[in-house]
Design a protein around this ligand. Structure first.
Ligand SMILES: O=P(O)(O)OC[C@H]1O[C@](O)(COP(=O)(O)O)[C@@H](O)[C@@H]1O
Ligand SMILES: [Mg+2]
Ligand SMILES: [Mg+2]
Length: 337
């Protein structure tokens, strides 16, 4: 079988009905190259001195791991000089990163969670990088980009994707024409198309949630999970399985491949926060991928991609995956008022 590389795939997307702009193609190639470098560092583990924590905390008050910072630096450096970007924003940086004046600038904005699943780094469990591309507002062209320019709903994303550093290194991508999966050929160093048009089944018997927070959940989430746990003899009439990897990339990857529902809902531990996960770096790109694969994604009441962000590091409650299950949890939230 003839192998198709990421470059070939992107050129097809450029020439085809998607008419992917050349700058976006280049931008994706650069992000993919940076992910390859991160994957390489991940693979070295203790031998590369990349495990463990730093003294520093990020803007959200979370202790930074060495790999959080290294991955952030790799993505910044790789993308600074390409000429496609106006600015970048990251989970690990307090505010936006402008393209230095001596580099050419473009009209796109890149957002990323450089290393997702930080608690799994030191225990050799799958982790990843999540990214999203927006266009700078037309009126921002020619002036300095501000945080405000990034505050666009997820529906405006031009590209969304993630790299998964697991038993295989993979890149999962959408440019709005379905979801495609690439596997890194580690000998040749190239991304090879291995999954076309990924679809999430509408029904599932598998849910993913951190069960240790059960006592803090809101009633609609508790109702849904209790009904799953009741199994065959309960209201759902079937037995459910549960998975929780604690790396959103890995949990979403499983859902893209065999269905399921993923939830990180609001809970009463920190009642003023809408959720743990970040809208711009995690929820929006994953929601675009999931919707492009035929699934659904809400915050319990509203489609995540429709949320008008108010802040760069905004948090959000996330319920995504197999459409019929997400619709049911969303219905329970509406019923609860
Ligand atoms: O440890 P918990 O509370 O189960 O949270 C796990 C969740 O936190 C995250 O690790 C947050 O991402 P970061 O590692 O980028 O902070 C998600 O990937 C994952 O779904
Ligand atoms: Mg994350
Ligand atoms: Mg992270």
């Amino acid at each position: 079988m003839k192998r198709k590389t990421l470059t070939q795939f992107l050129i097809e997307q450029q020439r085809g009905s998607a008419a992917l702009p050349a700058e976006v193609r280049l931008l994706i190639e650069i992000v993919a190259r940076a992910c390859k470098a991160i994957g390489h560092a991940v693979g070295k583990g203790a031998l590369g001195g990349v495990l463990g924590s730093l003294e520093s905390e990020n803007v959200q008050g979370e202790v930074q791991k060495k790999l959080d910072v290294l991955s952030n630096e790799i993505l910044l450096e790789a993308n600074e000089w390409g000429g496609q970007l106006a600015a970048m924003a990251s989970e690990e940086m307090e505010t936006v990163h402008l393209i230095p004046t001596h580099y050419p600038k473009g009209e796109y904005l890149l957002l990323f969670d450089p290393l997702d699943g930080s608690s799994n780094i030191d225990v050799n469990v799958s982790i990843g990088t999540i990214f999203s591309v927006l266009r700078a507002p037309a009126e921002a062209r020619g002036r300095e980009i501000t945080e405000q320019d990034f505050l666009q709903p997820g529906t405006q994303q031009v590209v969304a994707g993630y790299a998964l550093y697991g038993p295989q290194t993979m890149l999962i991508l959408t440019v709005g024409t379905g979801v495609f999966g690439f596997t890194l050929d580690r000998e040749l160093g190239s991304w090879v198309l291995t999954q076309e048009n990924i679809r999430i089944p509408a029904d599932t018997k598998e849910f993913a949630i951190n069960m240790s927070n059960m006592r803090h959940w809101a009633p609609p989430v508790r109702r849904y999970v209790e009904e799953c746990l009741a199994g065959k003899t309960g209201p759902r009439g079937k037995d459910f399985n549960m998975r929780w990897i604690a790396s959103m990339v890995a949990d979403v990857h499983r859902i893209l491949n065999r269905g399921g529902i993923f939830m990180y809902p609001w809970d009463a531990r920190e009642p003023t926060k809408p959720g743990k996960l970040r809208l711009m770096y995690e929820a929006n790109p994953m929601s675009m991928l999931v919707e492009q694969a035929g699934g659904a994604s809400t915050n319990g009441l509203q489609r995540i991609l429709d949320i008008e962000p108010a802040a760069l590091h905004e948090r959000v409650s996330v319920i995504l995956g197999s459409k019929n299950e997400v619709d049911l949890v969303t219905q329970y939230h509406h019923e609860a008022g």
